[in-house]
Every structure is written in C-alpha cells, then in structure tokens.
Design a protein around this ligand. Sequence first.
Ligand code: PHE
Length: 453
Amino acid sequence: MSQRPEWGTRAGFILAAVGSAIGLGNIWRFPAVAYENGGGAFFLPYLFALLTAGIPLLVMEFTLGHKYRGSSPLTFARLSKGSEWLGWWQVAISFFIATYYSVIIAWAMSYAVFSFNLGWGKDPKSFLIGDYLQVTDAGKFGDMVPGVFIPLVIVWIVALGVLFAGVKKGIEKANKVMIPLLVTLFLIIVVRALTLDGAIEGLNTFFKPDWSALSNGTVWIAAYGQIFFSLSIGFAIMITYSSYLPKKSDITNNAFITGFSNSSFELLAGIGVFSALGFMAAQQGVPVDQVVESGVILAFAVFPEIINQFPFANEFFGVLFFGSLVLAGLTSLISIVETFVAGVQDKFNVSRTTSVLVGGGLAALISVVYATQGGLNFLDVVDYFINTFGVALAGLVEVVFVSWYIKQLNPLQNYANAISDIRLGGWWKLCLGVITPLVLGYMTYDNLKQNLI
Ligand code: PHE
C-alpha cells in the first residue's frame, strides 16, 4: 500500500471534503426543511445536531480513513475482521445515489443552456414536465429524452475524467477550481436576490421563529437528517477521502472547518432562496408561504419563473444559478463515485483507470435509464430504497459497531488527539456512544415504520 495517493495540500483535502458536502441538498433541500421545521427556531436543533452528531461523526470517519488508509470496505476490514460488508453497504448506497444524482446535474446543465434565451418559456412548469422531461404514463419506459441524454453524457465525461486523473491531479485540482468558483457565483446571486423587491418579506418568512417547534420531536429528527445528508456522512465518502491524507495531518480541526463551511453555505442558500421567493410572491401579490417549494420543482420550475421576472440581465442570472447547481452537484458526484472506484481498486488490486472504467462506467450506464420517458418513476423507486435502507440505517450500524460492538472509541480518540489541534474528550464519546445512536435509532425506526408498515 506504499503508493497510496495523497492530497497535495491541506487546503486541497478540505476543499474536496467541502465539495462533497456542499451539494444539491444545501441549495434546494435546506431552505425548505428549515422553513417547515420552525423557521428561525430551527437553527437551534440544527446547530445542536451539527455539534453532537455531524462533527463528531466526521471526526470519526476522518480518523478511520487516516488510520487504516483504505476505502471504506478496506478500512472496515482492517478495523475488525469480518466487517468489510459494512463498507460495501455504504459503497452500494453511494453507487445508487450516483446513478440519479448525475441525472439531476444533467438537468441543471440543460437549464444553464436554456438560460441563454430563457428557453423554458412563460410556463416553466409545463415546459419541465411536458417538453423537457417528457413524462409519460407511470411505469412506461419509453424513448430516450434527447434533452437529458446529451448533458448526462457530458456530466459523466467530466466526472470520470476528473477521477481518471487521480486524487491530486484530478479530484483536488477540480475542487480547487470549482469550489471557489461556486462560492463566487453563488454570492453574486445572493446579493442580487437580497436587493430585489420583496426580499425582506421572504427573509422574514424564513427566519420567523416558531418556538413551539422545539418541543416537536420530528423537528429535531429533521435537523439530524439534514446534517447527515448534507455532510455526506455514512456514505463511505469521508472515509475514502481521508484515506488519502498524509501521515502528518490534523483531523479534528479539519472536521470542524468542513462542518462549519458546509453549514455556512447552507445558510447562504437559505437567504438567497427565500429572498428570491419573497420577490416572486411580491410580483404575484401573494404571501410568501404560498410559493415555498423544494427539490426539483423549486430548482426547475420556480426558479425559471423567478428568473423570467428579474428586472434585468435575466439570462445572466439564470446561467449563474444553474451553473452553481452544476458545480455544487459535480463536486459531490465526484466524491460519491470515488467511493466505489477506491473500493474496487483496493479490493481487486486493479489500476485506477480500470476501476473508473468499470465502476464509473456501470453507474453511468444505469443512469441512462432515467434519461428515458418514464425513467422518473425508476428514480422514485431508488430514492425510496435509499431513504429506507440507506442514510440513517447505515449511519446507525456504523456508529453502534464502532462505539459498542468493537469498542474502538478510546483508541480512535487517542489516535486523533496525537495529531490534532483540537483535543477530543468525554464529549466526543458521549456524542458517538449515546446521542447519535439514539437519534439514528429513532430515525431508522420511524423510517421503517412509515415505509414498511
Ligand atoms: N452532501 C450532498 C448534498 O448536500 C449530498 C450527498 C449525499 C452527496 C450523499 C454524496 C453522498 O447534496
């Protein structure tokens, strides 16, 4: 394992980890989740979740990757005999996320191009469903939708191209360019959004605290759920990325920087999205609550409508917005695909080129199904499985396994403390040994109950 690749610089690693964390979830998921779960009051559970679960788990994953220097399956295999399956489970989740995450980036790419002449027309919602995605009868897989297929091929060429180039020359370089660019583009949009008519109303709606939400368990669960997804924890990603850290690296401090950068971007996105929603509500003469949306509809139906109504330079802001989505998405996609590229490489001792071709190629092929008429239904099925058997459950098994089953918190703590600025203490073990398992356990139970019973 002597030639395991390494990051060139500390900043390179942090930017790559932040690049994975900042994704579509920050832009289209966080604003609505915060709004629906107490608005301004949501920041309390959110911050609590970040400090008691997000950052402690990030520290754990960084320590595991750094100590055992392997992709997730190899790390677990080295950590304890017979536990390699845990890594493969995480890798499998990442694999399926990659198949549909890539498609959404492809949509954003098309929309960046449509922005040049506001090609979505006066009614962006019908354009999205009827003209662009060509949604047909449920369950019917029809012809290829050319508008999706071509950008999807481009997305995969870029992502796999970066991965072919390697850790330092590919992933690190790409993130060093894309993340600063993303932050710049996004800041321009947020400043513009803040100066639109109605922005203040939007922000009031977003930040208005509903303190009663704090006594509601589902609000706390929503906060933890957002933190896990947003920080890409439990997906094998952070273990893989930290396995490329040089021996002399800080761990805890890196985890804090990654966690806070991701949350700052999330807050920025909330401000930008709600300012823009406030503007749209003012244009339509309706209260802001009536225009709140999230996910695909927010990005591809509501935003085009908002951009249509911009007072000037509509096309320019369209390109900025969809360009940001593409950048945020690509850096996350690269990280998810790297988990199985690294997994395959470690397991079968093949070259990076081979594992990118096989692992990445397979994910790319599967993703093409979503670019057909009716492919959207397939996306729903995969999403259902990922949510039921993925996110919370894999995280739960990981943390219970490490904390309780093989009882590794003490050795990991000593290991991290020996090389880090910030010292881990009893709080870290309390978070991982008690708080996180309880919350994840409840989330899993709730998820299974809702989905299976
Ligand atoms: N963290 C990314 C986001 O916020 C999503 C993601 C989840 C990326 C899981 C990779 C794996 O969108």
